[in-house]
Design a protein around this ligand. Structure first.
Ligand code: ARG
Length: 593
């Protein structure tokens, strides 16, 4: 990384000038139009050494000029008042650095020396309820973070953590029992196996849940029946368990299809139910600490702290009817994860509106020794995806939009544009190809729209804007990347080969090389802040730079062969970096579009 090299040099120069070397930090210039790099250390140094900042920067530059690296690495270093040191690199060094990046499969990014073991909990769909747009952000952000942390060399385990153990399961079971009481699952005298075939289809299930959930709101008897069924299920009632397995299997098949379509996949398909066998052990730890307390028949643990600005209510672990709830399964899941993986971090990519829940669970777990205090439990929250009215995105009729419908809407929109583009350009493309490209472009539209926003921000989903082939959008970025592929295809078709990278010949070429060097710091920041939007911003900048590059330099027609070969190499490196970054965002680059 160039900033590392320059920091080394500047620190040496500060030291040789008699100042603390820690002032030699060099960063990429905030005004790339004015200079490439800058060191701002003379300002704080001025305070310590009680001197004018420009006097210090001038002295440091004088020292720098005596080094061999001045002229070979640094083209020029100048003071800009009050005491900034602006640095420009030589074209030769910029090219040499780009060659180093090019010669390494990982673009010079080393794998971390201290791999963390990170469980990342994302997705979190609920069994028997269709996936809706609320499940989109966790899938997109979680997948990207998982890929990024793996890329940096951590040991990452992505767990979907299905919602498969709560009241909704009891509701569905009790409703089936009410409407089909003669099924063997409800016959206490039943012996032997239960039927291997489910007594319902996915369509039935999707119909049952909203119906029974509405009924339970109006009818107390039904609500109580659902609670009782939940309790019995959790206690292992054999017929209920058999029925529950059918519900889970049918629902998971559909859930898998949805995630596949999103290009999101999980290492573990565990659910809340998997924590059931650890509940007793986790509760035993709390009993040992004597922190469980009864409150209105329920068992709770207090988790407030004196410094709290807002009230954090006690976490409820057993309801008065004895059944366990969301907090209990999350607590027992921590117990399980510690036992299974001994993680250093557990990340929860879940809507910010669940912040209080996670504060309760995390405090209860780490204050009482369910997890050691060194394990970092992090709620990676995010805002909502809103409609143009500023409220959470809904269907036209005002209902909750299914995720599959949203994906279809975006794919159809992409298809219209792609068909038009292909017709306009007379590209020969089969209809299978068109469907595949529309799918890829639709996915990029959706994912880029989401990931380009800082995760904590709410954003308005504006399909017209996000699907445009211009501006900061998924389609624009794919389009500029596919154009690189087109140029490379033409070069390859002419049997042309890559050659040694030459020093940059223009501002755009130089800027492109400097941008490629920023990859490592971009990925480091994105991982540190758990913020894929940093990568999203980078791919956009890279896309605009590479398009200026191929617009300004007509590579195919370049008469100077050495130059042409060098540009071929640079384009190909840019394509690799861009494809890698897009892959970290979970976005695929098509062959054509
Ligand atoms: N199923 C939950 C929901 O739909 C999300 C689960 C998030 N993960 C967790 N460990 N609580 O809200």
């Amino acid at each position: 990384m160039l900033t590392t090299k320059l920091t080394e040099l500047l620190s040496r120069a500060f030291a040789d000038a008699g100042y603390n070397p820690s002032y030699g930090d060099v960063v990429v210039s905030a005004r790339p139009d004015l200079c490439q790099f800058q060191c701002n250390g003379a300002m704080p140094a001025a305070k310590e050494y009680k001197k004018a900042p420009f006097m210090i920067s001038d002295e440091v530059i004088d020292i720098l000029k005596t080094y061999d690296e001045y002229g070979t690495i640094i083209e020029e270093a100048v003071t800009v008042r009050p005491g900034f040191i602006n640095i420009t690199l030589t074209n030769g060094y910029i090219a040499q650095n780009t060659i180093t990046i090019m010669n390494d499969e990982r673009f010079g990014i080393s794998l971390t020396d201290n791999p963390d073991t990170i469980v990342i909990d994302y997705g979190g769909p609920n069994i028997a309820k269709p996936l809706h747009v609320g499940h989109l952000r966790t899938a997109i952000i979680g997948e990207s973070l998982k890929r990024l942390l793996k890329y940096l060399g951590h040991n990452v385990i992505g767990d979907i953590h299905l919602g498969d153990w709560g009241l909704q399961m009891g509701m569905i079971i009790s409703e089936i029992e009410r409407t089909q009481p003669t099924l063997p699952y409800f016959d206490a005298s039943h012996t032997g196996d239960y039927p291997s075939q489910a007594p319902f289809t996915l369509e039935n299930l999707e119909d049952i849940y909203p119906r029974v959930s509405a009924l339970c709101k109006e009818n107390e008897d039904m609500y109580n029946a659902a609670k009782e069924a939940t309790y019995k299920l959790q206690k292992g009632h054999p017929g209920y368990i058999a029925l529950w397995k059918h519900i889970v299997n049918i629902s998971i098949t559909d859930i898998k299809k949805n995630y596949e379509r999103l290009n999101v996949d999980f290492d573990l398909w565990y659910g809340e139910s998997n924590s059931q066998e650890y509940i007793d052990d986790a509760i035993a730890v709390l009993k040992e600490k004597n922190v469980l307390r009864e409150s209105d028949g329920a068992l709770v643990v207090d988790v407030t702290r004196p410094e709290d600005k807002k009230e954090i209510p006690p976490i409820i672990l057993f309801k008065s009817d004895g059944s366990v709830i969301y907090g209990t399964t999350d607590l027992a899941t921590i117990y399980q994860r510690v036992k299974d993986f001994d993680p250093t971090h557990i990340l929860y990519v879940v809507d910010s509106r669940q912040a209080t829940h996670f504060t309760q669970v995390f405090r209860c777990a780490s204050d009482n020794g369910i997890v050691s205090e060194d394990v970092s439990l992090e709620h990676i929250g995010f805002g909502t995806m809103n409609g143009k009215d500023g409220k959470p995105f809904k269907t036209r009729a005002g209902g909750v939009l299914r995720l599959s419908d949203l994906i279809e809407m975006v794919e159809n929109n992409a298809k219209e544009k792609i068909v038009k583009n292909i017709e306009d350009k007379g590209i020969d493309t089969s209809s299978d190809d068109i469907d595949n490209i529309s799918h890829i472009v639709g996915l990029a539209t959706l994912k880029y729209a989401d990931l380009s926003n800082y995760r904590m921000k709410d954003y308005v989903f504006d399909l017209d804007k996000f699907s445009s082939f211009e501006g900061k959008t998924g389609p624009y970025i794919l389009y500029s990347t596919v154009r690189i592929k087109n140029i490379i295809r033409k070069l390859e078709a002419a049997d042309f080969e890559k050659g040694e990278l030459l020093p940059p010949t223009s501002d755009v070429e130089r800027n492109l090389m400097l941008k490629l060097d920023q990859l490592e710091s971009i990925l480091t920041i994105a991982a540190r802040d758990r913020s894929p939007n940093v990568i999203a911003e980078y791919v956009y900048e890279l896309a605009t730079m590479v398009s200026s590059f191929y617009h300004q330099h007509h590579i195919i027609n370049e008469p100077n062969i050495e130059q042409k070969k060098s540009w071929f190499s640079l384009l190909s490196l840019t394509l690799d970096v861009q494809t890698t970054c897009l892959d970290l965002l979970g976005i695929i680059v098509p062959e054509k579009m």
